[in-house]
Design a protein around this ligand. Sequence first.
Ligand code: URA
Length: 239
Amino acid sequence: MTRIDKLLSSMGYGSRADIARLARAGAITLDGARLTDSARRIPVTPDLPSRLMIDGEALDPLAGMVILMNKPLGVTCSHKDSGPLVYGMLPDRWRLRQPVLSTVGRLDRQTSGLLLLTDDGDLLHRIISPRRHVRKTYRVTLARPLDGSESAIFAAGDLMLRGETTPLAPAELTVVSDTEVLLGITEGRYHQVRRMFAAIGNHVESLNREQLGGLSLPADLAPGQWTLLGASEIASIFE
Ligand code: URA
């Protein structure tokens, strides 16, 4: 059982005093009936978002949400950076949620594509844990044509990036054209894909993440759009 004012406050709807005011004004309903006592305790069940309405709108998703975003170019995976942030693409009040929403790993400002955000810390760590080997697949366009050696170099598992002391795990390269490839990696080192191509004398012109484990970026999700994931889609990440 959880107090309604505590729940709504943790979801960014305002302070407990704000919630009490909303309740007094008749803006909160539970199963269609006005809820005037904002200190009332209710069971937090998965169906609550469809039963509890604020200002006539269904409650936001409860804690444990997983968002799949098609990250556009030019936005940063950070809570506090200058310029547009990925969090700015979500409803404003979600920035006040506790537990906080975080990106599952990061994409560079100039990388687009599949980005997850979640407030589920355990899930986040399971996805980014190197031990899980969740494969991230990127579509890469290159400044210079491939010379044919790249697949073997990346697959060997002994490529060293400048300034690092351990070699990269094997990565899988699929050639699309002489300047376009799909690259699957299981690590998440800083600027990894750009640095991998720099290490072999090429240069990444554009980078878009298309897959995370068995989860693909839906073709109909335009850059900047996002959707909530269900349990089976979350499970597909680990397939
Ligand atoms: N590798 C990069 O270089 N940048 C990204 O954003 C992701 C992987």
